[in-house]
Design a protein around this ligand. Sequence first.
Ligand SMILES: *Cc1c(COP(=O)(O)O)cnc(C)c1O
Length: 389
Amino acid sequence: MDIEALRRDTPGCANRVHLNNAGAGLLSRQTLAAVVGQLELEAAIGGYEAAEQQRERIDSTYRAIATLLGGRADEVALFDGATRAWQAAFSALRFRPGDRILTGRAEYASNVLAYLQAAARTGAEVVVVPDDASGQLDTAALARLIDGRTRLVGVSHVPTSGGLVNPVAEIGRITRAAGVPFLLDATQSVGQLPVDVAAIGCDLLAGTGRKFLRGPRGTGFLWVDTAALEYLDPAVAELRSAVRDGGRGFAWQPGAQRFETWERSPANILGLNAAVRQALALGPDRIGRRCAALGARLREQLDALPGVSTHDRGRERCAIVTARVAGLAAAEVAAALARKGVNVSVTAPADTRFDAGQRDAHPLVRLSPHYFSTEAELDLAVDAVAGLL
Ligand SMILES: *Cc1c(COP(=O)(O)O)cnc(C)c1O
């Protein structure tokens, strides 16, 4: 990877040490040009006309995402965020009293809220699978808990609040064997790690554009295994998702398009397209290796400082690093780093509800480098933390 060239193509690298890619990755010039170019075209010739002119390129976004995930283009639906994508899949499942939803401690807060809403509405039960000693989802416990009442297994690949990488392929083997749908929240993993739906064995996958994929804000996508369309009942029948059938009824569009709604942002979609193509060109394996290496280096450097501890769990860890500085609130550390031009964020106990309840660890400072981060930038951030001690 030509890191210097990639940084030259990333305007934000000139201004900040950006260690907040788990919040939003920095746009490349190519992605920026794709977004702005479409907005300029809309201003110049009209919004509908601009979309028509760019139709092939907009359509190719589905192929690009499918290639990235190892699925098919007609299994991809586009949204304005991962939450929307995830909700489109989750709200298409029908629960009855006594049905069980199995999830993990690292599940994203919005997903948990949706489980609780479904439980309140339908009488389904939410069961939290414990972690193993390393802190990842305990797959032996999952295998014990999964039974005839289980209607869904919903898991976050990488939580928002730490460096954990859950053992998703093992989870997929268990859900496949049990014939239970597996909804994977891959929001923090796509763009950071190689994510292959066939290798994982999930049935549904939601992701966002703006984090490690470096796409524009306000973009997200859902991958739906074609076989899952049989039991999914989309929540919204409208102009893009469905058609009148000539009689009194309607029919869903074929494929995952049945989860979309008509109005959307071609500019953002074209930006997402550019970002996905860039990830494909660099290679998810190479990106994954560099991200993991930078995360491990940063964790080691922080742990070496007296009074600083990192709190990332699991057997496999990624580029998200969470730390506590003795005697200082996480928000104070983040503010001090911001004054030195270092972008980080702070984990909120509410972000991963079950996790926070168990560990009592948050809030923590969250540092999330990306492949375009340099070792010198990590040193600068670590020195800034050391300066606070
Ligand atoms: C950020 C995040 C989401 C939500 O993504 P949006 O694009 O903001 O809707 C979901 N799950 C995880 C694990 C996240 O980190």
